[in-house]
Structure formats: C-alpha cells, structure tokens
Design a protein around this ligand. Structure first.
Ligand SMILES: Nc1ncnc2c1ncn2[C@@H]1O[C@H](COP(=O)(O)OP(=O)(O)OP(=O)(O)O)[C@@H](O)[C@H]1O
Ligand SMILES: [Mg+2]
Length: 340
C-alpha cells in the first residue's frame, strides 16, 4: 500500500500576465515529496525555480493562470479560497527567501516578527510568544538570542538575519519547508553552516524540504533527490548520488561541466553551456533546451519530450531511500549515453 505523499504536484502549468500577453512559465511540472524527504531543485536563472516555490505557497503574481494539481497531504491547494490558503501557508508550510533583508520587516523587532504567525495561527498570548520566540532563536543557534529579541533586522548580520528567517519559517512547526536560494546572499563560510542547520532542523522535525539552489556542490550534501529544471519543466530527476554518477540529460551534463572544481590547473577555462536561457516569450514549444543542445535533431523540435524512466545503477539499488527512480526528459538520452 502506498501512503499519501506529503506534497504531490501533477502537471502544474502556470502562465503569467505580461505586457505582451499571457506567457507560459511552468510547463507540466510533476513530482511527489514524501514526509521527511529532502529534495533539491536546480537550474539556471530564469528556468522557473522560484515560481515553483511561489505556486506551492499560493503566492504567484496576480492574474497568473494555474492548472494542474498541488496537493498537501491529499488536500488540493489550487483554487482554494484565500483565507484557507493563508491558514495553510502560515501553519503547514514555511518558506525561507533568498535575501532576508527584503523578507523581514525593517520596522518591527525580531520578536514581533516571530510572534505574528504564533498569535495568528496558534492563538498564543503575547507573553507566551516571547518564550517561544526565544526558544526558536536558540534552536537556530543565534548568538545572544535573548537580547536580539528586541533588535531590528538592520542590527544583525546577513547570516544572523537568515537564522531569524529560519526561526520564523519554523515557528508553527510546518510539514514542509521551502528554502529558495537561502544562502546566496551569505559568504561561503556561513553558507555551509546555514545549510547544515536547515538540514539538521528538517531531519529533527521530520519535515519535507524543497531546497532551491544553483550550486550543485552545496546541493550534493543536503538532499536525497535532485530535480533539474529547464524551461519551466523538470528535465531530469534522480537520487542525488545517482545523478552525480550518471547524468542523462544534455542540460544536466552541461551544468555539471560548467561547475567550478577544486584542483583544476591554473588558467583552465571553465566550460559553459552555449547560448542563454530563452526569454519566456521565445521558449521553443517542444524541448526548451533544443536551441542550445549539441545533440539536437528533428524530433526534439516536434513536441515536449515525455519523462522517460532511466535504469538505476546497480551500485545504487541498496540505498535506504525508497524512491530510486531516475527520470529524464530527452528523446535521445539513450544514444547520448552510449556516446559519452
Ligand atoms: N511577476 C512576473 N511577471 C512576469 N514574468 C515573471 C514574473 N516572475 C517571474 N517571471 C519570469 O518567469 C521566469 C521564471 O522565473 P523564476 O523567478 O521562477 O526563475 P528562477 O529559476 O527562480 O531564477 P533565479 O535563479 O534567477 O532566481 C523568468 O523568465 C522570469 O522572468
Ligand atoms: Mg529564483
């Protein structure tokens, strides 16, 4: 018997209103996340990662058109009334944004900001929120937590502000945490610390995690499964270890080749993926990567390739993680694999 996934997204399509009319930004996104599962979403700028997060949170821009299904513990979120969505968003889903300064309110103290969801969703008294806020700040290992309850965001460093954001996201003990590039604004030494903290808290509470990043290296240690996104849909999805061993989609192969690596000889030029992520208005109707792909052929431009299930390497089938499937959205993945 299969249990209901914590989050189940089926054929999610989102079109946005622009000056040029409606444009399709997410094209048939589907994935399931189980309780306690840590999933990563990766891809170049503009491929739809943040829109995916916003769609789940019900925070898409006004007048967006959404079709498909987003179910949280079996409850459909698409089409839900605003007040119900607001309740679910605050209490069962937490989100950490890329730039904490823009997400925090500059004229409210840290305590006021953590207290708000606790009062709204859990009916806590003001005095009780102070204790709980302190507990949360200590849990995210913010130094001098007690005195910082009364501080304003500008009095904290970027890393400290990000810890406050994590505390706010965890305040109501959500079932799922979405972290959209949570460490991009931080320096490298703090990045790892904050990611490890998120990962540890998620494991302790058994939450589901959707970690969005463009940093493959950071993703590797933090998530069970990586989904590679391009042109508004997932082009490859595999258990992390398996993806690092066998990249099937030419786009994923390009992303891996383009990552900076330790030990490269001085003066070595990094490989880049030729071309750019196409503008929403000019997305190819079939495979979105076709114009940049070295393996392109006629069929790639005919229709959006289906997600095919690739075989699982024998060295990975012993993994503890239940879902070992590897999916790839490319009509040529088998012939490309035999060439590489
Ligand atoms: N409010 C909006 N109106 C019009 N287009 C939008 C809007 N928000 C996003 N887009 C477009 O949708 C596409 C996907 O945007 P999204 O923010 O999801 O990208 P992303 O993958 O998160 O990129 P990044 O890595 O830069 O954060 C982009 O082409 C972007 O320009
Ligand atoms: Mg983004």
């Amino acid at each position: 018997m299969t249990s209901t996934p914590l989050l189940s997204i089926q054929n999610l399509c989102v079109s946005l209103e622009t000056a040029q009319g409606q444009v399709e930004a997410l094209r048939g996104l589907s994935f399931d996340m189980q309780s306690g599962e840590k999933m990563g979403l990766i891809g170049e700028s503009g491929c739809g990662k943040s829109l995916t997060a916003l769609a789940i949170m019900g925070l898409l821009p006004m007048r967006s058109k959404v079709t498909g299904s987003i179910k949280l513990n079996g409850t459909e979120l698409i089409g839900m009334r605003d007040e119900n969505m607001c309740r679910i968003r605050g209490a069962r889903m937490g989100m950490i944004f890329q730039e904490p300064m823009t997400a925090l309110n500059p004229v409210q103290t840290i305590w006021q900001q953590i207290a708000e969801p606790l009062q709204l969703h859990q009916g806590m008294s003001k005095s009780a929120t102070q204790l709980r806020a302190l507990e949360l700040l200590e849990r995210v290992q913010l130094s001098r937590a007690k005195e910082r309850l009364m501080a304003y965001p500008h009095q904290l460093s970027g890393g400290q502000r990000q810890r406050v954001m994590i505390a706010m996201a965890l305040a109501c003990q959500p079932d799922i945490l979405i972290a959209d590039e949570p460490t991009t604004a931080l320096d490298v030494t703090v990045q790892k610390e904050v990611l490890n903290l998120i990962s540890q808290l998620v494991s302790e509470d058994g939450m589901g995690l959707l970690l969005i990043s463009h940093d493959l290296g950071l993703m590797r240690d933090q998530v069970d499964r990586v989904m590679v996104m391009y042109g508004g849909s997932v082009v490859e999805s595999a258990p992390t270890q398996n993806l690092f061993q066998h990249r099937r989609h030419p786009y994923t192969q390009g992303l891996f080749a383009a990552r900076p690596q330790l030990g490269l000889k001085r003066g070595t030029r990094l490989t880049t993926i030729p071309g750019q992520v196409p503008d929403l208005l000019n997305w190819p109707t079939a495979c979105a990567f076709a114009d940049r792909c070295a393996h392109v052929e006629g069929a790639c431009r005919d229709a959006l390739p289906p997600l095919s299930q690739a075989s699982i390497s024998s060295d990975f089938t012993n993994s503890n993680h239940s879902d070992t499937s590897h999916w790839v959205r490319c009509v040529k993945w088998q012939s490309i694999e035999s060439q590489t």
